[in-house]
Design a protein around this ligand. Structure first.
Ligand SMILES: O=P(O)(O)OC[C@H]1O[C@H](O)[C@H](O)[C@@H](O)[C@@H]1O
Length: 426
């Protein structure tokens, strides 16, 4: 079985620099794995795949089958860690245009406060058979809770007393408004473990239920997570890509690289970058420290942001996710006239051309003094996606501990909420 590979050749990080960083990284890894670090009550994700509730997992699969058999569309309500991982998985696995090509369709809500978005969504699902998955660890997040009020009314009007069979909840096991609502109305509820925070929760029912309901193979996903937990917990620095990636990022940051852009050449992985941004942004952006996580979608964004990456302020390093076996391909045909002068590409495939675009871009950015890290994923299937999520989570936690930052809290997020609630007269 091929592994996910990390290539640091274009990173401008030397072997010596990595060796110098090694003791700190290994100390951080040890702190994480033996549970002696700050917020160690939030490291349940490290071994969750080896001790999850198997009865609950069977119920997730049963609920997913019900959803698949009884709906044209799912609406997934949640924000931040309560929807980004599921969205990233569904898009990466089902691929571009999946809502036109696959059933059930998947729509998202409760991730913004836009009245226009919600009104349009209600219009879109009006004539469809719908099931709802609501995810909120706290059960009190304004966006999700408020939108759920509207969606609940819609479901009650549409399905009357049957409505409760079509609403599934993922929330805290014991507390919170969503838990109380699920008990009051009889919604099927799944639990988010206390010791796993939102941005590390894609591996729990938070990700598993929507993934399974969208037809993804969650057994394979869990298999990938297990494989990752074996491979990435090794204390062999040189053979642990989480430790190497954490070390390289820190070295680059110390050299003045303040921004990491996560880049891909497949549009279906754009949401993986959205998930990744929350993971690293909320974990590392503290005490006036942290690398700003940004993302670009190539080649599209080369025509808008490529200029800045190439010649702008030298604060960026670029991490590219290469999908080694994209899900489809098209051969460029020959054209007898060749008016567009593209016959030099006849017989080649789009994926081959896309690869060359990557190689050319990587070289150009390197020449423009932009360090490049490459993460090679053999295939975007459930197995490797599980590994990829775990790889990033592990790297992130190690990075945080390396810099004496708590990678499991997000106290700064509360400030805007306080102002908003005051302005709303709460
Ligand atoms: O799952 P919830 O409690 O609704 O939280 C959803 C999200 O909202 C918050 O404000 C946090 O910053 C995120 O870390 C969290 O993932």
């Amino acid at each position: 079985m091929k592994k996910i590979a990390l290539d640091l050749k274009g990173s401008f990080v030397t072997h010596e620099e990595l060796q110098n960083m090694k003791p700190q990284i290994m100390e951080a890894q040890k702190t994480l794995l033996n549970g002696s670090g700050i917020s160690s009550d939030m490291i349940g994700w490290v071994d969750y795949m080896n001790n999850y509730d198997e009865v609950e997992y069977e119920e997730i699969k049963a609920s997913a089958s019900y959803i698949i058999n009884n709906s044209d569309a799912i609406i997934l309500l949640g924000i931040g860690g309560s929807y980004l991982g599921a969205r990233a998985s569904i898009e990466a696995i089902r691929g571009d245009f999946h809502n036109e090509l696959c059933k059930p369709q998947v729509y998202y809500a409760g991730q913004n406060l836009s009245g226009a978005y919600l009104k349009n969504l209600l219009e879109v699902v009006k004539t469809k058979k719908v099931c709802i998955i609501v995810v909120s660890k706290s059960g009190t997040t304004l966006e999700t809770a408020l939108v759920f009020r509207i969606i609940r009314d819609m479901m009650d009007e549409k399905y009357k007393e049957q409505s409760k069979n079509r609403i599934f909840v993922v929330t805290d096991e014991k507390k919170g408004a969503l838990k109380s609502l699920s008990e009051l109305y009889g919604y099927k509820a799944f639990k988010i473990p206390d010791n796993i925070g939102g941005r590390y929760s894609v591996i729990t029912p938070v990700g598993l239920l929507p993934m399974a309901a969208a037809g993804l193979d969650t057994d394979k996903f869990i298999e990938g997570l297990r494989d990752a937990s074996n491979e990435y917990q090794t204390t062999d620095f040189e053979n642990n890509i989480c430790c190497l990636y954490a070390a390289a990022r820190n070295i680059l940051n110390k050299k003045g690289k303040e921004v990491e852009i996560l880049v891909g050449y497949e549009p279906s992985i754009i949401s993986i970058a959205e998930w990744w941004k929350q993971l690293f942004g909320e974990s590392e952006g503290k005490n006036e420290q942290g690398i700003f996580p940004a993302s670009l979608n190539f080649t599209t964004d080369l025509h808008s942001m490529g200029q800045f990456v190439q010649e702008g302020k030298k604060i960026i390093f670029e991490t590219t996710i290469v999908t080694e076996q994209p899900k489809g391909d098209i051969v460029v045909p020959a054209d007898s006239n060749d008016f567009d002068k593209l016959n030099y590409l006849s017989g080649r495939t789009f994926n081959d051309i896309n690869d060359k675009a990557f190689e050319g871009t990587f070289m150009a950015h390197n020449e423009g003094k932009v360090p490049g890290i490459v993460i090679k994923v053999p295939e975007m299937n459930e197995f490797y996606l599980g590994k990829l999520f775990y790889f990033f989570m592990m790297t992130c936690a190690i990075s945080g501990y390396t810099n004496n930052i708590d990678p499991f809290t997000q106290p700064g997020v509360e400030n805007y909420k306080k102002n908003m609630f005051r302005l709303l007269g709460k």
